[in-house]
Design a protein. Structure first.
Length: 143
C-alpha cells in the first residue's frame, strides 16, 4: 500500500541508520509533538497518554504546555511503540520492562544502542560513593 504524499507519515525504519527526521534540523534538536507524531506515525493524543503511563517519558514543557521532545525521549517512544505494537506488551508490561532495563542494556534498536563505557566499574555504587565521600570528608578535616 503506497501512502506517499504530503499528509503521509515519515517512513520509519527501525533497524538501520537512516535518519528519522528529514527536516534540516540537527539530530540533537528538540522536536515538537507534531513532528514526533508524524515521524513515528503515532497520534499526538497517544503520545500525551503515554506521558501519563510512563514516568520516564517527560518531554520539556514550555509556555502554553507546548511539548518539546529530546532525542532520548524519541528513542524511548520508539521503544514503547516497539514493545506495545510489535511485541504485544500491555502498557503496564511495557512500563515494567522499561523501568527494569539497565541504562547500559542494549535496546532493541541498534541505531540507538547505549554502550557501556570502558573502565566503568559495576557493583555497589552506593557503597563506593559513600567510601569516597568519607575519604574526602577526612581529607577536608585534616586540611
Amino acid at each position: 500500500m503506497d501512502v506517499s504524499g504530503p499528509g503521509a507519515p515519515a517512513e520509519v525504519t527501525l533497524f538501520d541508520e537512516s535518519p528519522l527526521f528529514d527536516d534540516g534540523k540537527e539530530p540533537q534538536a528538540l522536536r515538537t509533538i507534531g513532528e514526533v507524531a508524524k515521524a513515528l506515525a503515532i497520534r499526538p493524543h497517544v503520545l500525551r497518554y503515554w506521558e501519563e503511563q510512563f514516568a520516564s517519558l517527560q518531554p520539556i514543557k514550555r509556555s502554553g504546555n507546548r511539548r518539546y521532545y529530546r532525542p532520548e525521549d524519541v528513542a524511548l517512544i520508539r521503544d514503547i511503540d516497539r514493545l506495545v505494537h510489535r511485541e504485544g506488551y500491555t502498557l503496564r508490561g511495557a512500563a515494567k520492562a522499561i523501568a527494569e532495563k539497565s541504562p547500559f542494556e542494549v535496546k532493541g534498536n541498534p541505531s540507538l544502542e547505549v554502550v557501556k563505557p570502558e573502565g566503568v566499574p559495576t557493583g555497589d555504587w552506593y557503597g563506593r560513593l559513600s567510601a569516597i565521600r568519607e575519604d574526602l570528608a577526612e581529607a577536608l578535616a585534616r586540611a
